[in-house]
Design a binder for this molecule. Structure first.
Ligand SMILES: Nc1ncnc2c1ncn2[C@@H]1O[C@H](COP(=O)(O)OP(=O)(O)OP(=O)(O)O)[C@@H](O)[C@H]1O
Length: 361
């Protein structure tokens, strides 16, 4: 899978742009504030329906404009997204309107590495669940429906908790909730199993000084069944106003030399670890679906020494995926093989395709 061309309109400081893309390496160069991250953010919008740096689409629409548009030509589909100040969204595939972002997401498997992305390791469990669910979504087709239904039932349960004094009123709903919870957790656990080996391999390549351990917490302890827990914790759930056990509490635990990752590794090592996480997912999704993941790497050089930059660049280019990488200057991309790549230069929101490196040999 790769993006052949990308169009933007009224996206942050980019008034309009039309980019013809390289199927492999795309380099985006420019000074601070020029608009490099905005290009990555626009691509991310197509795959996720949201930004990775703002919850409010109105912040992303160019000042004084009413909407932004991002569209892309993929190998077999043309996809587009328009976000309005009002909060409305229009999604299109091959000129047809579609309602669910999941359809776009399934066509465009994307992974991103950006400075705020370290929350995947040092942030709250919701970031690790989002990571996990991206992976399960792209390889297990029943997951999306089961998870959406679970979340819908959970919302109803939490609302009912505020209205009822008797667990009897909930037990009927809990039967369905537990069935979905078990399915979601099985799919997640199977997924964690299936990536753990390639993740460990990548971690040993990037951070050979540590022994690494990955574990999955499904959202409740195995000592009790979820239905028992839901009934015994009813009073507490009622008091707190929400359900305390279930897959909405799932988490991943990362340990290095037996210590929690956040308590041990440095910022640069954290970046490498996050990169190992996204590469392991991308590679697994590719093995299962045959679709290559697209990698977006913002501010590639930040926090990495030159040996680590080379290691990471080599790994990103190894399997021929499409990669978008931003940097302030070309010298910071010392680890990449730039032959045949396309370079864009961004200045005050204007993007020029200023160099396509000739491939020799
Ligand atoms: N809604 C908006 N409308 C117009 N301009 C905006 C809007 N939101 C942000 N900007 C401007 O767009 C520019 C985009 O910055 P962006 O983060 O893409 O730059 P960058 O090249 O990645 O910079 P850095 O190297 O510092 O990370 C900034 O100068 C910012 O002030």
């Amino acid at each position: 899978m790769h993006i052949q061309s990308l169009g933007l309109q009224h996206f942050r400081n980019i008034e309009a742009a039309s980019l013809s893309l390289n199927p492999q390496l795309n380099v985006i160069l420019g000074n601070n504030g020029s608009g490099k991250t905005s290009v990555l953010e626009a691509i991310y919008y197509l795959g996720f329906g949201r930004s990775f740096r703002s919850n409010r689409p109105s912040k992303v629409i160019t000042y004084q404009k009413d909407s932004f548009v991002v569209f892309a030509q993929l190998e077999q589909h043309k996809i587009g997204l328009q976000k309005f100040k009002s909060g409305d969204t229009a999604l299109r595939i091959n000129k047809e309107n579609v309602r669910s972002q999941a359809v776009l997401a399934s066509l465009l498997p994307l992974q991103i590495l950006h400075p705020e992305g370290y929350a995947l390791v040092d942030g709250s469990p919701k970031y690790r669940r989002a990571y996990l669910d991206w992976g399960v979504f792209h390889v297990e087709h029943q997951f999306h429906g089961a998870w959406q239904n679970y979340k819908r039932l959970l919302k109803q349960r939490n609302a009912l908790l505020k209205q009822t004094k008797s667990y009897q009123d909930l037990s009927y709903w809990d039967k369905q909730l537990v069935e979905l919870a078990e399915l979601v957790s099985q799919l997640r656990a199977k997924y964690v199993d299936s990536i753990s080996q390639s993740l460990s391999q990548l971690v040993s390549e990037f951070l050979p000084e540590y022994s690494f351990e990955l574990s999955f917490f499904k959202g409740w302890d195995d000592k009790n069944s979820l239905s028992e827990l839901l009934s015994t914790s009813f009073s507490r759930d009622r008091l707190m106003g929400f359900t305390q056990y279930g897959p909405h509490k799932a988490d991943l635990k990362f340990k290095f030399n037996g210590v929690n990752a956040v308590d041990l590794i440095s910022r640069g090592q954290l970046k490498l670890f996050v990169c190992a996480l996204i590469l392991a997912q991308g590679q697994h999704a590719e093995q299962v679906s045959g679709n290559k993941t697209i990698y977006l790497i913002d501010d590639f050089a930040a926090e990495l020494d030159s040996a680590k930059r080379r290691l990471l660049a080599e790994c990103l280019q190894r399997n021929g995926s499409q990669v978008f990488v931003s940097a302030i200057e070309e010298q910071m991309l010392d680890g990449f093989d730039l032959e045949g790549c396309t370079m864009f230069h961004v200045e005050h929101g204007v993007i020029n395709d200023y160099k396509t490196r000739v491939k020799h040999g």
